[in-house]
Write a protein that binds this ligand. Structure first.
Ligand code: OGA
Ligand code: MN
Length: 345
């Protein structure tokens, strides 16, 4: 833990650490933040992944051959796997384009739908693309006002639940990517049923929480990060447990499974990407470099100009979730019928 964080017993250590890394003035000391992009660190071990995914299958979703992945485990966090940017050169751009142009489109749901009509949120990309080219923009474009998008079973932020009657088809390309990663990590049969995309500006953060709304916690939670870097805090099963701080750079993938599936975590800070991470993000694959059968499509220079401008000050994180176990279904709705309530009273 950073020397300057003084924690007395009984205090919420996680909250202290969150505030420490979120602080702007003076900026926090980042020496205790684990950086997996620079090799094996203390308390980390290299993880050997399964080669059940062929090089072709990996390349079809923009991933390097599994044997080349730099995957790490963290002491004290069984089931947590950190894969330091396993994407092929030139392929991150496709996933960024999907997150900015494709996934915010209807029928998917986004924060702008909460106070705007569907006709106004129909064309987030088209209505932002032109204006994003201008240096000084007022008012902000829809893309800049985007905070979250939900896919598949749409997460209800008020009730913190998913439900059978709020579902739209999950994007096939993102499912394919999720399957390839989870298979390589030893979880065959993963069903991508829901995803939450978070869009972070340079001053955004994500509070301390556990992802427990999914009905089956035996399935892993998959996280993909693109754009600017961030600090991720991974705590324990209790708020009092001190968290471990790590950097998440563009292309990094994380898997929370087993005993690490239900741990407290948070993103206190977004940091500018270092040149070596930004350079990989900025590369574009040309059509001829794509594997036959690839789900990737070349990203046009015109689209990339817009993505690049946006992502230079933003971070996008995608968490893919399996909500239901095999054969499981949502409880009958509504669950709080009077007869049930009377039993409890
Ligand atoms: C989440 C989450 C982490 C991130 O959406 O539940 O924890 O890196 N995201 O944005
Ligand atoms: Mn989470």
């Amino acid at each position: 833990m950073a020397a300057s964080v003084v924690v007395e017993s009984g205090e919420d250590v996680f909250r202290k650490m969150f505030k420490f890394y979120k602080r702007r003035d003076p900026p926090p000391d980042l020496r205790d933040v684990t950086d997996f992009s620079s090799g094996v660190k203390k308390n980390c071990s290299k993880v050997m992944l399964l080669t059940a995914v062929s090089d072709e299958e990996a390349a079809c979703v923009g991933l390097q051959p599994i044997r080349d992945w730099r995957a790490f485990g963290l002491q004290g966090y069984p089931g947590f796997i950190f894969i330091s940017n396993p994407f092929l050169r030139g392929s991150q751009a496709f996933w960024v384009r999907q997150c900015l142009k494709t996934y915010p489109q209807k029928p998917n749901v986004c924060n702008l739908d909460m106070h705007m009509s569907p006709s106004d949120t129909q064309e987030i990309w088209a209505r932002s693309a032109q204006a994003l080219r201008w240096e000084k923009r007022q008012p902000k474009t829809l893309l800049e006002r985007l905070r979250w998008v939900t896919l598949g079973y749409h997460y209800n932020w008020d009730t913190k639940t998913y439900s059978a009657n709020s579902y739209t088809p999950f994007p096939a390309d993102l499912h394919m990517l999720s399957v390839r990663i989870t298979v390589a990590c030893g979880f065959p049969g993963f069903n991508s049923e829901a995803a939450i995309l978070n869009y972070y500006r340079s001053d955004s953060s994500l509070g301390i929480h556990v992802d427990e709304s999914e009905l089956d916690h035996s399935r892993p939670l998959l996280s993909l990060s693109f754009g600017q870097s961030s600090i991720f805090l991974l705590g324990g099963p209790h708020r009092q447990d001190p968290p471990t701080a790590m950097f998440m750079h563009s292309g990094d993938v994380m898997l929370m499974s087993g005993q690490s599936r239900l741990l407290y975590h948070a993103v206190p800070r977004i940091l500018p990407a270092l040149p070596q991470h930004a350079a990989l993000l900025e590369e574009l694959s040309c059509a001829s470099a794509l594997q036959t059968g690839s789900v990737l499509e070349p990203v046009s220079q015109e689209d990339w100009d817009v993505c690049s401008r946006y992502i230079q000050s933003s971070r996008v994180n995608v968490t893919v979730r399996q909500v239901l176990g095999p054969g499981q279904s949502f409880p009958e709705e509504p669950i709080n019928t009077w007869s049930q309530r009377n039993v409890w009273l």
